[in-house]
Each structure stands twice: as C-alpha cells, then as structure tokens.
Design a protein around this ligand. Sequence first.
Ligand SMILES: *Cc1c(COP(=O)(O)O)cnc(C)c1O
Length: 356
Amino acid sequence: MNLDDLPIRDDLRGKTPYGAPQIDVPVRLNTNENPHPPSPALVADLARAIGEQAGELNRYPDRDAVELRAELAAYLGHGLTTEQVWAANGSNEVLQQILQAFGGHGRTAMGFEPSYSMHPIITSGTSTEWVRASREDDFSIDPGKAVAAVEEHRPDIVFITSPNNPTGTAQPLATIEAIASAAPGIVVVDEAYAEFAREGTPSALTLLPAHPRMIVTRTMSKAFAMAGTRVGYLAAHPAVVQALLLVRLPYHLSTLTQTAARVALRHQEELLGSVDELRRERDATVTWLRSKGLAVADSDANFVLFGRFPERRTVWEGMLERGVLIREVGPPEWLRVSIGTSEEMAAFRAALEGVL
Ligand SMILES: *Cc1c(COP(=O)(O)O)cnc(C)c1O
C-alpha cells in the first residue's frame, strides 16, 4: 500500500511535507537558528532543573503553563500580563491554534507573499482558504494596496510577517496599523525575528492596546537560541487567549518543555548576548554580497536573501559540495543564507566565491 491508496483528505493528495533538508554538513546556514550552543552554566542549570522535575513526571504538567506565561510577559514588557500571553510548542503551534479558533471551513486567511510558507500550509491544514496578496519588488508591503486587498477579500485572518521570512523586510508600524484598521477579523503579526531588527524598528506590541484583535507571535527558536526546546508564544487581548484555550490540546506543553523554557528565560542575557554580534555579521554579509555585484534584500533578521541566479539549484548544490548548506527558498532566482558565527560566514564567502 502507498499513500495514494489511503482515504486521505482530497486537499492533502499530491502534497509533500514541509521541511528544509536536514543534511549533516560542516556549515549549516539553512534554518535561521542561532549558531551559538548553550553555555556550560546554562546546560548545568537545565540538567539540575530537569532532574528536579523528573521525579514528578507521573503527573501531568501545569495545563495552562501559568508560570512560564508570567515570565514570558515579563520578558516582553510593554505592561503585558500573564492573561495576555499564551505559549505552545513553537510559534508554529501557536499559529495553528489561532487558525483552529478563528479560521476553518468557509473562512479565509490572507498573507503578503513572498513570506513564511508555513502560513498557507497551516491555513489549508485547518480547511481555511488562503488568499494571496503581493509584496512590492523590494519586498515591502504597499499600505494602500494592502488595505484595498483587505477591503476586497475581507479575510477572517491577516498575516503580516515582520521582519519577513525569507526576505528580511521589516514593516513600518504605520503599514501594520493601516492593515489592522481595515481588517474585519484577526491580524497576526509574526515577529519571529523581532530581536534582530535594526535600531529604531519598533515592535507591533506597542499597537496591541489600540487593536484588541491583533496578535503578536514570537519564538524562542531564533534569537533566543533554543530551537530544540520548541517554545513559541504570543501576546494579545486576554479574550483572544481564552479563545485559544478552547482548541488547545490539554497538557500540550510538557513539564520538560516548560522547565527548559523557564531556565532559558533566567539566562536570557546570555542567550540574547549574541544578537548584536549576529546583526553586525548580517550587515557585513549584505555589504560583501553587494560588493560581488549580487542583488541583496535589506535585512532586519538573522538571514539574508540574495540572488539572482537563473539556475539557483546549481548554486545551492555547489555550496553544498563545499560543505555549506544554505536554503533554496523564496522567489525564484533567490537563495537565503542564515547568519552563523564569523568562522561560518568566512566559510560561506569562500564557498560562494568558488561557486561564482
Ligand atoms: C521560524 C519561524 C517561525 C516558527 O518557529 P517555531 O520554531 O515554530 O517557533 C514562525 N514564523 C516565522 C516567520 C519563522 O521564520
């Protein structure tokens, strides 16, 4: 028997699973992780905290993860409280719960492409219809066109990724506000890369009081250097959090996950300590790629989109042969490189010179 023989949903037929290749090569710059592993002090704290919890694993975890949410609220600031914060296994699960609560059959979700491809995947996975709006040639969102698209389609959910993946583009708050003011339903601002934004790029968290149907999502996977822990979270009106409680699986966040995330938050200074270094490395990478005559999108994230390569697969393969894994993603002719350590970026430059 193969997949086609199963009584699978019609809308899943012929699809392939999402996922970047997980290839074991010396330099992995393809999934926007923070390249710095946890310090020995953090590892020791984690081991101790997990050890203490291990004796109680016969019991279910705190179903509503109250202490973790309180600590995430404190981390976010902006006067946010526990009731306004929700957490799940990665911001992807947070997004799925939002679609489960506010999307579904007969409803629509809109996004501005090119953007994070999991948004349409989670949308269709919940039988919600995806409505595609476009970005400009420089990957920004034109506020006038965005408002017109929202007014035309009246989507139940609008996604705005800022800084955007895979382009790195941050949106001015005025654009987000214009879309939120026009949107009839929920507006999700996906801020997975917020900590990497350049100086003077404010967070949409500042818009929450004026826009009670806005949700800002964050993750510990990127700047926080905790991708393996699987913790994402959001800030929104307490009523939005109450809606998500209706669809979340009971005990979705394991005791081990909650414990690891709380230990990580206690070490936030160390974990976020590499963000400035990664931003400098990113800006240097943009400058270097431009000096090679390549097209490069401005980036407020920990990756850079560059091109244009009529045969991008050949370039991607050439890099892989030289031990550097980057990502074949986004608009045709472009490739994305995640920012690694200075040694990894030197290897990236050497490999790309070889390929070019
Ligand atoms: C990486 C990413 C996420 C999800 O990350 P999790 O590991 O599930 O928290 C969400 N949105 C964007 C735009 C991302 O790039």
